[in-house]
Design a protein around this ligand. Structure first.
Ligand code: URA
Length: 433
């Protein structure tokens, strides 16, 4: 097999065989295929696409390029949830304990925040003592005993994807459906859960900008997941504006606790109920209506909140912070952004708000940066809400007062106030099974 021949084949729109795809993933991961040839192949894939068989083969080869988790001891009860990335997306902190309290096994590896979206591992580290790097023995023991453990992703997880993603990023080949599908699904396969719920974020702060594009991606990922023998569903959810009010690590943890206590922002609660319903329905093989009833009961009975305490405590975190969230502390500078005129909130640019929260200290500009767990934004402006001049739209929290001016400008620029109420968009566009 010559790489030149594979590039030529794909350039002419022909299908690559499973053997050819396996060889090129191995060849690239071991440095035998140079970047310039892989770049040419990626661009050929971008224009010519891949069949489902080819995408499945690419997904499996990337999953098998590094460590994989074997969760077969837990039978078919294991369930994972993956979001394509959003602003204020703290859903894992809510749906994972809901699902575990109902009998699912949640053995999850999560990432850190990079760019304008946050990461679950950073949020969990807001709890003093929480250990995100358990040994695999402890991780498995906790999943068996408690029903849930969430740790940071191992360094050798789908390494071929890491290399290919970095190359796609600099060769304008990120936005190819088979390449996105194989990238996301390879990590989900390696993570080992039998059931997978994907949250495909759609809108200004999401990876896909329109419901039509999000649906193409969601359907593709579900087909590939099924071909790989997994139980899978994808929800297409709105990310035109941040989910809930809180953006920033401990602010988001506090908001997640509010939802588990039975309150919290309506949009966040509604999306979590639907995600958890899909998780429970897939893992326990229940009709959707029954799964939803169990999810609502887990919230109203306090079972999901109790599970959060058991989980955080088992992983070394200080659970007194759950009963008394003031212990998370407050930033030194808390600056209010007020409406400059009266009107309806007509749009909120989630990505711009996410970037502003990073400048306040809630995220990293590069992998090595440390983060300020208390920093972030409470954003009260929701599309279609009426505001009077002088009303508080957002509170910016930071230890770095020199960041406030730029963050305020960014938040003001992100919130558009007009005289008409915009058309209300659904929170959940569709569930694809
Ligand atoms: N997220 C991923 O992990 N991979 C992609 O290609 C796109 C989004």
């Amino acid at each position: 097999m010559r790489m030149y021949d594979l590039i030529t084949k794909k350039k002419h729109g022909e299908e690559l065989s499973d053997g050819e795809i396996g060889a090129l993933v191995r060849g690239y991961a071991t440095g035998k295929i140079p970047d310039y040839q892989m770049s040419a192949l990626l661009m050929a894939i971008y224009f010519r696409g891949m069949s489902d068989r080819e995408t499945t083969s690419l997904t499996v080869a990337m999953a098998e390029s590094g460590d994989t988790l074997d969760l077969s001891d837990f039978g078919t009860l294991t369930v994972d949830k993956h979001s394509t990335g959003g602003v204020g997306d703290k859903t894992t902190l809510i749906v994972a304990p809901i699902a575990a309290s109902i009998g699912c096994k949640v053995a999850k590896m999560s990432g850190r925040g990079l760019g304008h979206t946050g990461g679950t591992v950073d949020k969990l580290e807001s709890f003093p003592g929480y250990d995100t790097s358990l040994s695999s023995d402890k991780f498995f023991e906790q999943v068996g005993r408690v029903g849930i453990s969430v740790i940071g992703q191992s360094g050798n997880f789908a390494p071929a994807d890491k290399l290919l993603y970095a190359l796609r990023d600099v060769t304008a080949t990120v936005d190819s459906v088979p390449l996105i599908t194989s990238s996301i699904m390879s990590k989900k396969l390696a993570a080992g859960s039998h059931s997978i719920v994907l949250d495909v974020k759609c809108g200004s702060g999401g990876f896909m900008k329109t419901p039509e594009d999000a649906e193409i991606l969601a359907e593709g990922m579900v087909r590939i997941g099924k071909r790989c023998g997994r139980n899978i569903a994808a929800l297409i959810t709105n990310m035109d504006n941040p989910l809930g009010f809180a953006i920033g690590n401990s602010l988001e943890v506090i908001e997640a606790i509010e939802v588990l206590r039975g309150g919290g922002p309506e949009d966040l609660r509604a999306v979590c109920v639907e995600l958890a319903t899909a998780m429970v329905s897939l893992a326990l093989e229940l009709p959707e209506e029954e799964a939803r009833a169990r999810v609502l009961n887990a919230l109203s009975s306090g079972a999901a909140l109790d599970m959060l305490k058991v989980w955080i405590g088992a992983q070394g975190g200080d659970i007194s912070y759950i009963d008394d969230t003031s212990k998370f502390g407050r930033s030194t500078y808390n600056h209010e952004v007020r409406a400059s005129k009266s009107g309806y909130i007509s749009s909120v640019n989630a990505e711009a708000v996410g970037i502003a929260s990073v400048t306040l200290g809630a995220g990293r500009a590069s992998k090595e940066d440390s983060i300020d767990h208390k920093a972030g934004i409470m954003l009260y402006a929701k599309p279609c809400a009426w505001v009077n001049e002088g009303d508080v739209l957002a509170t910016l929290s930071t230890e770095n007062d020199s960041a406030l001016k730029a963050a305020e400008e960014a938040v003001r620029g992100a919130i558009v106030i007009s005289s008409v109420c915009p058309e209300k968009k659904p929170l959940v566009y569709k569930t694809v099974y």
